[in-house]
Design a protein around this ligand. Structure first.
Ligand SMILES: C[S@@+](CC[C@H](N)C(=O)[O-])C[C@H]1O[C@@H](n2cnc3c(N)ncnc32)[C@H](O)[C@@H]1O
Length: 195
């Protein structure tokens, strides 16, 4: 069977015990600040949600409604136990049926650089198109154009670099929002769909 999780299904047990239980894990305060910028009840899609901890949990605590997607079955099983009332699909972002819907916000923490360059180039406009007017996009990727092996999965990862990400965000019809850097050195790109 093809692994669409880019290696995360095979290391899910280890991941779940670490980041997957870290309610105040790296980036939590950055995600919390972003979540606080929405009206209560806004609908947010968490792409590559893992166990939903910490990201989906923060969205819910901010009074937002979440939808979530992850390609790893083990991650999704854990997510369902953590958040039984949140709709979560076990599917790849490449094929997710949630892109038939529209959202006030889309967040992808720790996902973008796991995908092939081509998939990243397709995903950014796809996320932008699924945003409601006034909607916001937040995703993490290194600022520099760089390739490396993911420490957990040992699979190839790649950042297209800040210039390309900003270009792809604005070419998708979004304006570039304020960018952030968290305590773990992760960079957050931010796109805003005009109202
Ligand atoms: C580094 S983890 C980040 C999880 C979570 N967002 C967090 O911040 O803790 C990456 C997640 O993306 C998922 N993933 C990887 N490739 C994917 C794909 N093509 N479609 C959907 N999910 C994917 C993995 O299964 C894993 O749960």
């Amino acid at each position: 069977m093809i692994d669409e999780s880019n290696g995360y299904e095979s290391i899910a047990e280890i991941y779940i015990k670490g980041r997957g239980r870290a309610v105040n894990g790296i980036g939590s305060s950055t995600v919390r600040a972003w979540a606080g910028s929405f009206n209560k009840g806004s609908i947010i899609l968490d792409l590559g949600c893992g166990t939903g901890i910490p990201v989906t949990k923060i969205l819910l605590e901010a009074g937002l409604n979440a939808y979530a997607v992850d390609a790893s079955m083990k991650m999704v099983e854990d997510f369902r136990q953590n958040f039984p009332y949140v709709p979560v699909a076990c599917e790849s972002v490449e094929r997710s049926s949630f892109f038939d819907r529209s959202f006030d916000g889309i967040i992808a923490v720790g996902l973008m650089f796991l995908l092939s360059e081509e998939t990243q180039r397709v995903l950014i406009p796809k996320m932008a198109a699924a945003l409601n007017p006034g909607g916001k996009l937040l995703f993490t990727a290194p600022l520099d154009k760089v390739e490396w092996k993911d420490v957990m999965t040992e699979k190839d990862s790649r950042s297209l670099g800040a210039e390309q990400y900003r270009y792809l965000v604005s070419a998708s019809g979004l304006s570039i929002g304020e960018e952030f850097h968290d305590e773990g050195g992760n960079h957050y790109f931010n796109g805003l769909r005009p109202s």
